[in-house]
Design a protein around this ligand. Sequence first.
Ligand SMILES: C[S@@+](CC[C@H](N)C(=O)[O-])C[C@H]1O[C@@H](n2cnc3c(N)ncnc32)[C@H](O)[C@@H]1O
Length: 270
Amino acid sequence: MTSNKEFGYNREVFNRLRGLANAWSGITVTDEKFEMYYARLTKRLRFHKLADFKDYLHMVENDAHEFKEFINCITTNVTSFGREQHHFDYLKAFLTQSHHKEFNIWSAGCSSGEEPYSIILNLMPVCEKKGIKLTITATDLDTDVLQKGANGVYPLQAIEKYDLAVKKQFFEKGKGTNNNKCRVKEKYRKLVTFQQLNLMDEWQLSQKYDVIFCRNVLIYFDAPKKQRLARKYWDHLVPEGHLFLGHSETLHKISDDFDSVGKTIYRKRG
Ligand SMILES: C[S@@+](CC[C@H](N)C(=O)[O-])C[C@H]1O[C@@H](n2cnc3c(N)ncnc32)[C@H](O)[C@@H]1O
């Protein structure tokens, strides 16, 4: 069979690659993602001047640095500022009525930082008014997106939905060649600690959280992994702490340890 592909690639190599990714990250991909893997990984073959995915597979299996690059390529990092705004509205209302002096949030699967910074944009006015100390731990498997998050630089388009007062309070506009970009102000960047954490591993987290955001991440995992994660999230929440999931995710048939208190919003029970 002839192929018009630039690089040698077949189902066997795809299966081996997705098997490696799954064993490490828990990410499950269906047969339909055959072309997606090809498209995402060709830049790595070009970089190493390889002609065939078999050689790339060999490299991924034997070189820890390339394995990291491979994982960074296959993760799906779609995110945006103010995504699923109703979660932030809920938290704002919750904090307005609460007596917290400190509020600790974990953004698990934070991608390039839009989620933790959206939390800040939305909650800071209440926190400043009530003297609440807000801290955010932002974690992801993908080291490239974590670096982007720590830099806090985004195209101006990414924040166009916000009014001028919000833009002025939280961002500084780039100059010269960066005049189409903005950066989260240092004062607010400092509230977020970005760190690599593989949700499939043992977690090195010393504290419990008032809120865990794990949005649009569970969709990549099978049911036993979702169940294990839900148990671990329960353990890492304070009593009555909240868990926020993505718009297409649910704890139905996954966990009975949470009460549903809103659209994809859960509260720790017991
Ligand atoms: C679609 S993004 C969601 C980003 C953000 N939470 C949101 O909803 O906008 C999914 C993120 O989960 C991360 N991820 C996937 N598997 C992971 C794992 N095993 N451990 C940690 N992060 C993981 C990916 O790297 C990716 O950045």
